[in-house]
Design a protein around this ligand. Sequence first.
Ligand code: NAD
Length: 330
Amino acid sequence: MSILVTGSSGRVGSAVVSRLLKEGETVRGFDLRASGRAHPDFSEVTGALSDAQAVETAMAGVTHVLHLGAFMSWAPADRARMFEANVEGTRVLLDAAAQAGATRFVFASSGEVYPENVPQFLPVTEEHPLHANSPYGLTKLLGEELVRFHQRAGKMETVILRFSHTQDAAELLDETSFFSGPRFFLQPRIRQQEGFGNHAAADILRAADPGVPAHVVARNENGRPFRMHITDTRDMVEGVLLAMLSENAAGQVFNLGATEPVDLAGLVHAMAASTGLPVVEADLPGAGVWYHTSNDKIRRVLRFEPQWTIERMLEEAVQARRARLAKTGT
Ligand code: NAD
């Protein structure tokens, strides 16, 4: 096998590359950013997914493509760049893979294609209607359509993985983390809501600000705390490998993520018990986030067995935070 991993400098992609190299595979990375990784079985091409020339170079000799590269943004200003990366980039990559004779193409889609935050029924299964309502979710849905087009063409086997929200455990208690900062810490949440133009939410959060660093428990307008899946990157790596290797995966769509959703109020209070920061609770406009996505199919068909519960992730996050604070002397 010769494996091309897009997004090879990213959270999931870099972990997939490490795992494949450990297994003795030959891997080529493709990303806008160089990884700086040095390994005899690893080479990389830096470039944009929509750059046909760069993609063709990266695709030479490749048998398996793990398409994990994407631009994730919910900021209106990023829309054009996101469609360029996620839709046109996926088209370019699929065409190049088919042309080069790749045999399997695994695509990282997202639960935002349903979308999980407005479920028509729970748990959300692969049969749930696809009514993406965010531009990011739409780019993933269009990406899936391009993948299905190639599956129908019959030249290569494709697998669509609808990824759960995914974190490195160490990110959970890091205020500067793209996802966990705004999700669990008040000040980053205020900045995020301002950035999204959600001024009503930002005002509510600001009014609750105790004037010192604090955690935040977001609830919906009826006081219901958020509930969602948070999956450890290491479990996602296992799912991606199963999708690449298993005969049963060909032509299939799977939800990939942790088995149990996380109650964010409980999680934030557990976080506060270790950080010592106060917890602010805020009822924000709207229905909020409250879902459960089924991973039954991937567990049954591919024997996927997630190992990282939120409790295990949090233990690691606490250690990582201690190490960070010791380093900065705070
Ligand atoms: P990440 O942002 O850490 O990594 C994505 C990588 O793609 C980055 O290294 C980035 O440089 C690269 N990239 C972005 N635009 C590019 C372009 N135009 N050309 C080439 N490379 C480009 O994301 P991640 O958490 O590792 O996510 C991996 C995949 O899973 C992505 O496709 C993402 O959309 C999907 N996904 C992630 C989550 C999550 O919660 N992390 C949830 C659902 C789906």
